[in-house]
Ligand binder design. Sequence first.
Ligand code: PLP
Length: 241
Amino acid sequence: MLFIAEPVVGAAAGAVVPKDGYWQRIREICDKYNIKLIADEVMTGIGRCGENLCLNYWNIVPDVVVLAKGLSSGYTPLGAIVVKEDIYHTIQRGSGSFVHGHTYSQNPLSTAIGAAVLSYIQEHKLIERSKQKGQYLLDKLQNLNSLDIVGDIRGLGLFAGIEFVTDKTTRTWFDSALKINKQIANQAFIRGLITYPGGGGIDGIHGDHILLAPPFIITEKQIDELVEILSSAITTVENQI
Ligand SMILES: Cc1ncc(COP(=O)(O)O)c(C=O)c1O
């Protein structure tokens, strides 16, 4: 049996950070019932949340980690599966290889680019930077709480989500037909900011959010600008509904 999840939910719900204790309990349950724990760190891994792997925050060692995106910083398609030694040895004793054919698998160009990206990240301490600037971003984003339709602001490292609601106290969601998330993303885009709008975080249909995942080299001045643009974009949409 397997349990697979993102340590911090990304596109599906907008940077939802679990409470402390959640991942410890999941690990305990997996250990008790001999369930392999797979961490989908495609979004959260390689420093996005301010640690090498996001699960490091809770000192959790998964059995399998899947990685992509930040592994090559998008310069080339690259993904990886990292497994604990027992899984490695089981495969080694069996077929001797992980048979998962792809035309371009084990591509030396992609792996060389991945290695260069990881060295750059390490040399320039970009993961520490993601943690520090991520805290600055989260602090600054709190300014948006004064806006009527902002229901929640959350995140970890340079990975943040903003959820939109019709009523702050009841946290009632918008009619999904209004596409509030896309309206806000469009307004931000017009002003020069690219966001990742998403929805369905409540029940698969309802719930609007935008996800922010700026580059690790972002400066505090640029974060201030990002927040100003978002504020203006959200206010414009708020005034139109
Ligand atoms: C959390 C998560 N897992 C897995 C994937 C799929 O990764 P890939 O496109 O590298 O197969 C994505 C893609 O966006 C993702 O966000």
